[in-house]
Design a protein around this ligand. Structure first.
Ligand code: MOS
Length: 703
């Protein structure tokens, strides 16, 4: 079902499965990650994090530690270089955690208070663990609940209005024959990338050079330039291979600490975070509570869609997990009201985590729709079809392309949905109760200004240079395919070089906008180069280069509601004696534009769905009210789906295009997780007849 290649004489790399270009290097160990690239004269930094949840640092007892073997320096608020934190970067002001050691305040447990630098990583660690830091403590508050006195309503989320109102919600609810009014909850969740954050910084001829693991080397370079008051030209950031990112790999304390120590010691310094440290310094997904109110006519036609979410932020900085926004583009209703409120606490600031907003928001709304379907006696797919909008339900804007109905149809066919008995709690398989469920999925489609350069080399090959990031998704391979088609050559003649801030302005691997933004820029530059070559342009010794910048084409795009869509299906079995939930099958059918590389695209989608399974059944970071810190901040305490938990997962797609984008793609980084947890929760209800509105659906909650 992959979309065919458009265009005239294209050789057709796009739409064909290609293994990752760097795949062999990765599986043989030849690919080097940021924490393992050799540097001469390298020193190692180890972060020390606060053990109290609020107060101030009274003393950092550096004396004894400076006498330990190999120790070179201990940086803390009393001696660290000053950095500039009052700036607005391309994605807003920085999380204050990157203003490393600038004051003695401790705003939460796990706040960086010192960096111990030594000749070896082991020496740095030993000294860091021996370092005595004395604190003056103050009472802290880490208790999240929606009735918290400090709860407030943020104005906007990433420049978009936080609250959306259409019609009179209360009046439509009052006029509704059927009403669902329920509360849903999701816990604090963490990214836990396979590769922890790592950076090496050094000064090279007046230039700050950083080898890092990030989602956007240009972005991180810009942030470091702001922090250290440098020209952007005086900062170079590279990030060749990245072992997962999911929103947590921007500028973080590891790059800042490494750069500070490299400045102080005038030698290269590496800082690698431990998994335990990642729990407090790289962000996480806010816990949510969500109240969904749906009002409908007896046939399930929606009159009212109300979604009020609460999340946390730190007392230092506002970050909104915009959970309430999910339904705004999904369902027609006479009245809509959606808003996300925040409770500021003595906790680290949350950040973007795969499908920020949509992941928890879809859990609540897609479960509520299932409850409405039950109350109306309407099939869950029929209910959704009945509320399919012709234009953006709140915005009134036309849709770019919306092939959600095709996803329902194809998904229902492959999942044999027509044979489903809607009655809950009636199917037994030995000690298991068995059920099926579905949910809808969506994610916005965007593109951001990006530059690219494509060079024809004298030997007949081509080199693409773009500050893209391949966070493990196969972006490098997809860009090679796009460039090859645009140049009308086979992919083996194209070399794509990425993740070097010197290659110029580019969007980052985020918002599911990476490959779309980069692919567009690569396509424009490659096409121009091909035209110049067709006109008889000779290739000089240094190569012939064409450059692109998508700023103007993107600014000229018509205002539309652009989204990708999907339908998620799950079958579960619930052990009635132990409360264990096993997912037996998942199917996701997506309408996500043209699929550049079916092989890596399927992996992306299956990966997102796997995470949805993990979200539904396993993931939960627990904070101890007394200490203000996590309980079990590691992979023993923080459970996620292991191989034995993951069943056969199928992901596929229907024909879909975005005709305004010459590449025709929509982005698939995030949509796979959206709706997956709801499909599982709905299946658990179908199996048992019990609604689970709080994630994860642990055995003790099932019993
Ligand atoms: Mo993603 S949460 O946009 O890195």
């Amino acid at each position: 079902m992959t979309t065919a290649t458009r265009g005239t004489a294209a050789p057709g790399a796009v739409g064909t499965g290609h293994t990752r270009i760097e795949g062999r290097d990765k599986v043989t160990g030849a690919a080097r990650y940021a924490g393992e690239i050799p540097f001469g004269d390298l020193a190692h930094g180890w972060l020390v994090l606060s053990t109290v949840a609020r107060g101030r640092v009274v003393a950092v007892e550096t004396g004894p530690v400076l006498g330990m073997p190999g120790v070179l320096a201990v940086l803390h608020h009393g001696n660290a270089p000053r950095v500039e934190t009052q700036y607005v970067g391309s994605l807003g002001p920085p999380d204050p955690v990157v203003g490393l050691f600038q004051h003695d305040r401790v705003p939460y447990a796990g706040w960086p208070v010192a960096l111990v630098v030594a000749e070896t990583s082991e020496q740095a660690r030993e000294a860091a663990e021996a370092l005595q830091v004395r604190y003056e403590t103050e009472p802290h508050d880490v208790g999240f609940h929606p009735e918290h006195a400090a709860a407030y309503t943020p104005e906007s989320v990433m420049g978009q209005p936080n609250e959306a109102v259409k019609g009179d919600l209360e009046a439509e609810l009052a006029a509704s024959a059927v009403v669902v009014d329920e509360r849903y909850g999701t816990p604090e969740e963490h990214h836990n990338t396979m590769e922890p954050h790592a950076a090496t910084a050094r000064w090279d001829g007046g230039r700050l050079e950083v080898v890092d693991s990030n989602q956007g080397s240009r972005w991180v370079a810009e942030e470091l330039a702001h922090l250290f008051s440098l020209d952007l030209a005086s900062v170079r950031v590279r990030s060749e291979h990245v072992g997962g990112a999911f929103g947590c790999k921007g500028v973080r304390p590891h790059q800042v600490g490494a750069a500070m120590a490299a400045t102080v010691l005038d030698r290269p310094v590496r800082v690698v975070l431990t998994r335990r440290q990642m729990f407090s310094v790289v962000g996480y997904r806010s816990p949510t509570t969500q109240r969904v109110r749906l009002g409908a006519d007896p046939d399930g036609r929606l009159r009212a869609l109300g979604h009020e979410a609460h999340g946390v932020t730190s007392k230092l900085f506002e970050f909104v997990e915009p959970s309430a926004g999910f339904g705004r583009s999904m369902y027609a209703a006479d009245a809509h009201h959606s808003v996300t409120r925040l409770v500021p606490l003595d906790v680290p600031t949350p950040t973007w985590m795969r499908a920020p907003g949509e992941a928890p928001g879809s859990f609540a709304l897609e479960c509520a729709l299932d409850e409405l379907a039950e109350k109306c006696g309407v099939d869950p797919i029929a209910l959704r079809e009945r509320n399919e909008p012709a234009v953006g339900p709140v915005s009134g804007l036309p849709f770019g392309s919306r092939n959600l109905l095709a996803c329902y149809r194809e998904g229902a066919r492959r999942f044999s949905w027509a044979d489903r008995d809607p009655r809950p709690g009636t199917r037994r398989d030995g000690r298991w109760l068995v059920g099926t469920g579905m949910a809808a999925s969506t994610f916005f489609v965007g593109a951001a200004p990006t530059t690219a350069a494509v060079t024809a080399e004298p030997d007949g090959t081509f080199t693409v240079r773009i500050t893209a990031a391949d966070v493990g998704t196969g972006a490098r391979t997809a860009l090679t395919q796009i460039a090859a088609d645009a140049l009308e050559v086979t992919p083996d003649r194209v070399r794509v070089r990425i993740a070097d801030s010197d290659f110029g302005q580019a969007w980052l691997a985020g918002g599911s906008m990476g490959t779309r933004s980069w692919g567009w820029a690569v396509l424009l530059a490659a096409r121009e180069l091909r035209e110049r070559l067709a006109l008889g342009g000779a290739v000089p010794e240094e190569g012939l280069t064409a450059r692109s910048d998508t700023s103007d084409v993107l600014a000229a795009l018509a205002q539309k509601e652009r989204h990708s869509y999907g339908a998620q299906f799950a079958e579960v079995a619930v052990d009635v004696t132990t409360g264990e939930v096993r997912v037996r099958r998942m199917l996701g059918i997506f309408a996500a534009g043209r699929i550049v590389n079916p092989l890596t695209a399927r992996s992306q989608l299956v990966g997102g769905m796997t995470w949805g399974l993990s979200m539904a059944l396993h993931e939960e970071a627990v904070r101890d009210a007394a200490s203000g810190a996590h309980v079990g901040a590691d992979l023993a305490g923080y459970h996620f789906a292991a191989h034995a938990d993951v069943p056969r997962i199928e992901a596929d797609w229907v024909e879909d295009t975005d005709d305004e984008d010459p590449v025709g793609i929509k982005g698939i980084g995030e949509i796979g997780i959206v709706g997956a947890a709801a499909a599982i929760a709905n299946a658990v209800w179908h199996a048992t007849g019990v609604r689970h509105r709080t994630l994860p659906i642990r055995p003790d909650r099932v019993l």
